[in-house]
Write a protein that binds this ligand. Sequence first.
Ligand SMILES: Cc1ncc(COP(=O)(O)O)c(C=O)c1O
Length: 434
Amino acid sequence: MEKKSQLYSGDIPSWQEKGYRSIWMPYTQMKNSPMPIPVVETSGVRMKLDDGTELIDSLSSWWSTCHGYNHPRIVEAVIEQAKVMPHVMFGGVNHPQALRLASRLSAMLPGDLNHVFLSDSGSVSVEVSMKMAVQYWLNQSIQGRHRFICFRHGYHGDTTGAMSVCDPENGMHSHFKGFLMEQYPLDIPITESDFSSFESFVKAHADSVAAVIMEPLVQGAGGMRFHPPETVARIRKLCDQYNLLLILDEIATGFGRTGTMFACEQAEVVPDIICLSKALTGGTMGLAATIAREHVFNQFLSDDPMHALMHGPTYMGNPLACAAANASLDLFEEEPRLEQAKKLQKIITSELAPCRKFSGVVDVRSQGAIGVVQVETLHHLDWLRARFVEEEVWIRPFGDAIYITPALIMSEDDIKTVCRAMVRVIEEWSQLEN
Ligand SMILES: Cc1ncc(COP(=O)(O)O)c(C=O)c1O
């Protein structure tokens, strides 16, 4: 194991030195990866490291801290709730925070997305949506509809059902062959000819399909690819035409990230099921929601107890998480988050534009509070990550993308600092030997 971090110039603190022998890090080759950065405090858009250095978090902790870290309104709501009831099981029990949250989500979502099933993480909410879709058909005594149409470059989580609908390569379908369920991964249709192939596929396979699942407008962790709202609208139409359910995974795009509260609004589409998480609690703690329309929910109403939705995580509807989510929704109501996202898009678009001329850069794009510099091959990855830390910004490139998803409240000065650091570092990187 490396003794000295290559990402961070300070000394490795004793708590990290000692604990690192026991921790298992995500997406990390534990044999030789550099030590992670030791974060001891957060505030606003900043993470404070053990040696006192502060980094601007350009990722809002994986798209979650939309109001910045430690927002006093959310912190206060969680503390107050902790004094009253930090947790209570949800089976056979209701509590005010969860029910208030459910009615607020159903009121703010488009159409009749009215039935809110709570769980504890994005991946689990995707599992629930898949189970809901399969059982929707079974409850009508329609057999054999248990596959999903999903998309290349898609990402829906790391649990096995969710993995099966991820991009086949990133989801490691061949590596885990025989373990993952077989699905129908297709290219996202954009052109007329794409749509005609897509429609032919749907026509031929509709009888075995439970639902189409997609991230609307922006595919996140599977490659940071964008597609136009018309694509989502046309997929919705085809789902209606061939009687398929449409699941929109808005775990990353929800809560203002793309410039509207939900990305599906830009496509004027109401999915049959929607998944939300990440910024749902303002990035305070794990919580997710799978929300179904009336016609989906109604198929679970029956005199047969087996027609109920058979799912129930221990921490579903955790009162602390629901209190955080309710406080986060208050902030969305009271503060101009969507305008802030749009303003960030303008700045990101103009500030990142110079990256286009660097060799190795194939595209620069933005959508709401998301900025992406796509490169041919992401060589010198550890060098890049360390250079960003040196610049006092937290950016974690992956795949072929160097990207940012800042908190929606990031100031003009801070976002410019981040973008200018990106331009500097990417220019240096483009001059390194491949
Ligand atoms: C679109 C999308 N779906 C699902 C997930 C999985 O969420 P979680 O990491 O909370 O399980 C993610 C996480 O990055 C995501 O971006």
